[in-house]
Ligand binder design. Structure first.
Ligand SMILES: Cc1cc2nc3c(=O)[nH]c(=O)nc-3n(C[C@H](O)[C@H](O)[C@H](O)COP(=O)(O)OP(=O)(O)OC[C@H]3O[C@@H](n4cnc5c(N)ncnc54)[C@H](O)[C@@H]3O)c2cc1C
Length: 481
């Protein structure tokens, strides 16, 4: 047996390999290690095995085998999720089923503005493939070179284009899903309008693999926005950023596709990760906005951006700004937004949040939450940034250098509790777009109203009565409740 493992674990591994074949089932601890740690490398786990099906029928066979052997299943896409939904927490009883080999684009239908893809397709590969046909798939996020569309659907991912195109839920036309008994939910329609009863596919969107394994997805496309204007703006405050956002929505006729705010620390963090990044703007303003408007056809996007910025600068809402003159320059501006994540990671483990509050309360929330962190943890640094238009803030807390691992963990735990109290006070959400996974389960459960819990339990028991799918993710269920 691999790694000298004997006993019940070895028996289950052998049974899986006998039923599914050695090519589908990995069991060596070295070969499964990458599937068992989270994206940040903060959490390392293990699994009974990693199963790598190549087709829907093989997913069905794997699910049936696991169920009959009493093995639990953790589905996995690109393993870039930030809520510990895709990594096992009970290695002797759980397998990972990865969709990585199911990565074919089934068809792109430009006339229909739709595409059908296997769930293991990497998001950026879908975007590139549809762009070749003059089309655009709007879902866009920092992990797009690694995350897979089945994972995006399962987390109902958001990203930078939500304000114009909506969350993943709004981009999904249909799904094919292997249910926990191995049967197939065949809902791979590309119809835009279909009101024949309850829209069952939506149950699987955002379910984080707790109700079945998504094997194919049909998605909505739009015409490729061949004109894109990107600007990085310096402002006097976050309040001004919110005012600017409202004005941009009104003045840019909803052609705005991204509106991200960042603190000045973003530049420092980004350059810690990517030292060659040239500063495009003075780094001393209290707040920054990275804004993008885009369109296709007869509109003149550069002219629109130019006139908009002229007006808001005249009014003093924007103090300084730079408009990208080329695709490369636009890419460099985005590198500050993306690089700041990597810069935070380089400073060691830290508290990450994914909060949403009402847009009208965003600036007050950030002020109050950062103040609460400073009062409770004066040696930590708060970094708030995010998707302003969606009221979505990532308020992260970085412990100082030189702490032991235990001291860091204690700071992170304390910071999370401090921020959650402020989120509750604002009636906000502690998971705007990353999901619950295992990371936020306890906080989610603690705030779950009874009726909602009862409905979620009823749905789980109806679809997965043997509690095979992703146990411990989102909620803890037992056979009777
Ligand atoms: C640098 C970076 C930037 C990010 N930016 C954003 C952002 O802007 N907005 C945002 O919303 N998120 C963001 N994320 C997190 C985001 O949720 C994921 O990147 C992505 O949506 C998850 O896709 P994945 O394929 O990696 O899924 P995984 O991490 O593999 O899985 C995520 C969850 O979905 C389940 N799952 C995966 N595939 C399937 C399937 N086929 N069937 C059923 N269940 C499945 C897993 O069990 C798990 O619960 C970011 C992550 C990183 C690392």
């Amino acid at each position: 047996m691999a790694d000298g493992v004997t006993g019940a674990v070895a028996d289950l591994r052998q049974a899986l390999q006998a039923r599914l074949g050695g090519d589908l089932v990995l069991i060596g601890s070295a070969e499964i290690a990458a599937y068992c740690r989270d994206w940040h490398g903060d959490v390392h786990s293990a699994a009974l095995a990693v199963i790598r099906p190549r087709a829907t029928s093989e997913v069905q066979a794997a699910v049936v085998a696991c169920r009959e052997l009493g093995i639990k299943i953790v589905p996995q896409g690109g393993n870039t999720g930030l809520a510990l939904g895709a990594t096992p927490d009970d290695p002797d009883h759980q397998v990972v089923i990865t969709l990585e080999r199911m990565n074919k684009i089934v068809r792109i239908d430009a006339d229909d503005f739709s595409a059908v893809v296997e769930a293991g397709c990497i998001l950026s590969e879908i975007k590139d493939a549809v762009a070749e046909k003059g089309m655009f798939f709007p879902l866009a996020l920092g992990a797009q070179g690694s995350c897979r569309i089945g994972g995006n659907v399962s987390t109902n991912a958001g990203g930078i284009n939500v304000l114009r195109y909506g969350m993943t839920r709004e981009l999904v036309l249909g799904l094919e899903v292997v249910l926990p008994d191995g049967s197939l939910f065949e809902g791979l329609s590309t119809l835009r309008k279909d009101n024949r009863g309850i829209d069952l596919k939506q149950i699987f969107v955002g379910a984080e693999g707790t109700l079945g394994i998504i094997t194919k997805v049909s998605v909505k496309l739009t015409p490729n926005p061949d004109q894109v204007a990107t600007a990085l703006l310096g402002l006097s405050s976050l309040d001004d950023a919110v005012t600017l956002f409202r004005r941009a929505r009104r003045d840019c006729c909803d052609l705005m596709s991204a509106f991200e705010f960042m603190p000045p620390l973003a530049f420092v963090l980004a350059r810690e990760a990517i030292p060659d990044l040239a500063m495009p703007i003075d780094g001393g303003y209290p707040a920054y906005v990275l804004m993008e408007i885009s369109g296709s056809g007869l509109v003149d996007i550069d002219d629109l951006m130019g006139r908009f910025l002229e007006g808001v600068m005249e009014d003093g809402l924007v103090v300084d700004g730079v408009i990208a003159a080329s695709v490369t320059q636009a890419r460099n501006l985005w590198l500050f937004r993306e690089g700041m994540n990597e810069g935070q990671a380089k400073r060691g483990s830290h508290m990450r949040t994914d909060i949403s509050v009402k847009l009208s309360q965003l600036a007050d929330f950030v002020r109050d939450a950062e103040q609460a962190v400073t009062d409770a943890l004066p040696d930590c640094i708060s970094v708030s940034y995010g998707h302003v238009g969606d009221g979505n803030v990532h308020l992260n807390v970085l412990p100082p250098a030189g702490l032991s691992a235990d001291e860091r963990r204690a700071r992170i735990y304390a910071a999370k509790n401090v921020v959650n109290v402020v989120v509750d006070r604002y009636d906000g959400s502690m998971s705007a777009e990353h999901g619950i996974g295992r990371l936020k389960r306890a906080d989610f459960e603690a705030r779950l109203p009874e009726t909602r819990r009862a409905l979620l339990t009823a749905v789980k028991h109806a679809i997965d009565p043997s509690l095979t799918m992703n146990p411990g993710c989102q909620l803890k269920f037992s056979e009777n409740s």
